[in-house]
Design a protein around this ligand. Structure first.
Ligand code: SF4
Ligand code: SF4
Length: 175
């Protein structure tokens, strides 16, 4: 009995241990995994996130002139695998604690983005655009040769380099 009274008195002394949420703001714990956020300006459409997503919450549909990025929030388990494996940092976990969804809102919690392709400077075939942030990251090493090829498809790039190599060999041979 005395033990119980002691525990009650000690608890009263410490004061309230819980937060009166939602009437008081709440701070999520460090590294809390909230709603996934998608930044289309960093996405290269590689499909890694779709591959690693166990909940099948991500779907990338590719077309001739664009790709569609679809993230279904209601199917996301907040595991963080997509964020971990995204090579460009296009996906991040927010600290959004509000995960409950009303039944009628389930279909509204779908993030959809249509990302148009650009045309190859040489053959005019559609190619996936390279986001500026990724481009700047590559250029950190001052690889300016890469800049010339930014809007050239892999086939044309191969041909262009083969031609350059061939020209170089010819010059050496005819010296
Ligand atoms: S892993 Fe990242 S860059 Fe690749 S498709 Fe997903 S969001 Fe885009
Ligand atoms: S956090 Fe997990 S379940 Fe949610 S979209 Fe990313 S990989 Fe899929």
């Amino acid at each position: 009995m005395l033990k119980t009274i002691g525990a009650v008195l000690s608890a009263l002394k410490k004061g309230r241990a819980t937060v009166n949420y939602p009437y008081e703001p709440i701070t999520p714990p460090q590294n809390y995994r909230g709603k996934v956020q998608y930044d289309s300006t960093k996405c290269i459409g590689c499909g890694t996130c779709q591959y690693v997503c166990g909940g099948k919450a991500i779907k990338i549909d590719t077309y001739n002139d664009h790709f569609d990025y679809i993230l279904w929030d209601a199917a996301c388990t907040r595991c963080g695998m997509c964020v971990e494996f995204c090579p460009t940092g296009a996906l991040t976990m927010s600290e959004n604690l509000h995960n409950a969804i009303l039944g009628e809102e389930i279909l509204e919690r779908i993030h959809y983005k249509n990302i148009p392709y650009v045309r190859c400077d040489i053959c005019k075939k559609y190619i996936k655009p390279l986001p500026d942030v990724v481009y700047q990251e590559i250029l950190k090493g001052n690889n300016y040769a890469f800049k010339e090829n930014e809007h050239i498809c892999p086939d044309c790039r191969r041909k262009l380099h083969a031609e350059k190599l061939f020209k170089g060999i010819n010059t050496l041979v005819n010296r």
